[in-house]
Design a protein around this ligand. Structure first.
Ligand SMILES: [Zn+2]
Length: 422
């Protein structure tokens, strides 16, 4: 059945699957040869300036090719990275290409196309669970995990056949906590697929050791310009050379380089020398897995957790942004910040765009975060932290704690990287 379905994945999927396999055996020279001609073509077309999100917001047409109905569709990013960006992407090839690389990453933990996944993320309007037959995935809606619903969730997970658990790194421990650790350990989990954010240093390895489960993890972002897999050998990140061209340029922070990416897509918006806002830490050791460009770590979006009305800690990202930031919803919001002044209570501070439907915004957050009391504040500016960075979460009672077990960190204006339907 699996092989039959894989044939539905499309020509671009098979082409990139072939490239992925082949490129893992390439020398540095062969990688350069593949990338150089594609990169030069982009430079000739758009110039060699390093670009930023603002350039694509101001002049969307300048970087877009073949923007025709049917051929392209609009992609939105938003959420933690501040002002939303809209761009266009290839309707047919993008998803297929994306899957070739994601499936390669997921295969690290034994996943084969269309194996059963249970995804703890997303937003189901009526209820806790939804099964997507096409993708063979169960969705558990984080918004439907109030204390009174946990019994149902726990009975349901007991009935599952072997599956892969698909989460955001920040929601992995929340899921363990909701299910209960001993029940979690007894589940037939084949592996964990952890997308989108970075794990705090060492946490992935700690989890793997503690629970005896392997985690497939990667770095990418929703502009689709670069993608790196987290390597099981060196624990660093390897950037796929056939996905896009990545340059690691010097930054103001010692030991860190800016991740500047150029996309190889031919249709839709072409990101050229695009500063992703994320930082890569230089690799400190050799890795023999392949000759891909590498980083030993990526400093991306951090884990932010809030305390709900039952005293339970939950990851904010999955509730406030996960999946929601790819729909039209965040078009209404120019900037947002969540403030926890006390347990069970969140103040949502927002700068809205003209025409924003405040009722709809409030109802959406109330539906997604029913386990905390929300108060909405419409403001004209959101202050930066003393170091000039924008924070999407402020934990007021703990604001002065330097070090704590929640791994709270400065939030960088990081790009988002999850594809909603996977
Ligand atoms: Zn490696």
């Amino acid at each position: 059945m699996t092989r039959g379905r894989e044939s539905l994945l499309g020509p671009s999927y098979f082409y990139h699957r072939y490239l992925v396999k082949k490129s893992k055996g390439w020398s540095l020279g062969e990688i350069r040869e593949y990338q150089e001609s594609r990169f030069q073509r982009l430079i000739r077309r758009y110039g060699s300036e390093v670009t930023e999100k603002e350039d694509y917001i101001q002049q969307p047409g300048k970087y877009t090719r073949w923007d025709l109905p049917l051929l392209t569709h609009t992609v939105r990013t938003g959420g933690t990275s501040g002002q939303p960006l809209r761009f266009t992407a290839d309707t047919f090839a993008r998803r297929q290409k994306e899957r070739a690389y994601l499936f390669d990453i997921w295969a690290q933990v034994g996943y084969a196309p269309y194996d059963l996944r249970v995804r703890y993320a997303g937003d189901i309007h009526d209820g806790m669970l939804r099964y997507n037959r096409l993708e063979n995935v169960w969705i558990i809606s984080p918004g439907a995990t109030m204390e009174g619903q946990l019994g149902e969730l726990r009975s349901w997970v007991r009935t599952l056949p072997p599956f892969f658990l698909h989460v955001y790194p920040s929601s992995l421990y929340t899921f363990v906590d909701l299910i209960g650790e001993s029940l979690f350990r007894s589940l037939p989990i084949r592996g964990v697929i952890a997308a989108s954010e970075m794990f705090p240093a060492g946490e992935q390895a700690r989890f793997e050791q503690d629970f005896g489960l392997e985690v497939a993890h990667w770095y990418g972002h929703s502009e689709y310009a670069t993608l790196a897999y987290c390597c099981r050998m060196c624990r660093g990140f390897h950037f796929y050379p056939t996905y896009g061209y990545v340059e690691l340029l010097s930054s103001e922070i010692e030991g860190c380089r800016r991740i500047v990416a150029s996309a190889f897509n031919r249709i839709g918006t072409q990101f050229v020398r695009y500063d992703t806002g994320d930082l890569a830490v230089d690799p400190d050791k050799r890795c023999t897995a392949d000759n891909f460009p590498r980083a030993s770590a990526i400093v991306g979006r951090s884990q932010e957790t809030f305390v709900d009305s039952s005293g339970r800690r939950r990851s904010l990202f999955g509730y406030a942004f996960g999946d929601l930031d790819h729909g039209a919803f965040y078009d209404q919001i120019r900037d947002i910040q969540f403030v926890q002044d006390k347990a069970g209570f969140l103040r949502v501070r927002m700068i809205t765009n003209p025409g924003a439907d405040r009722d709809q915004i409030q109802q959406t957050f109330e539906r997604r975060i029913p386990m905390a009391r929300l108060e909405f504040e419409y403001v004209s500016a959101i202050e930066r932290s003393p170091s000039g960075k924008r924070r999407y979460f402020v934990d007021a009672p703990h604001a002065n704690e330097k070090d704590n077990h929640d791994h709270r960190q400065e939030t960088r204006p990081s790009a988002d990287l999850e594809q909603p339907s996977y």
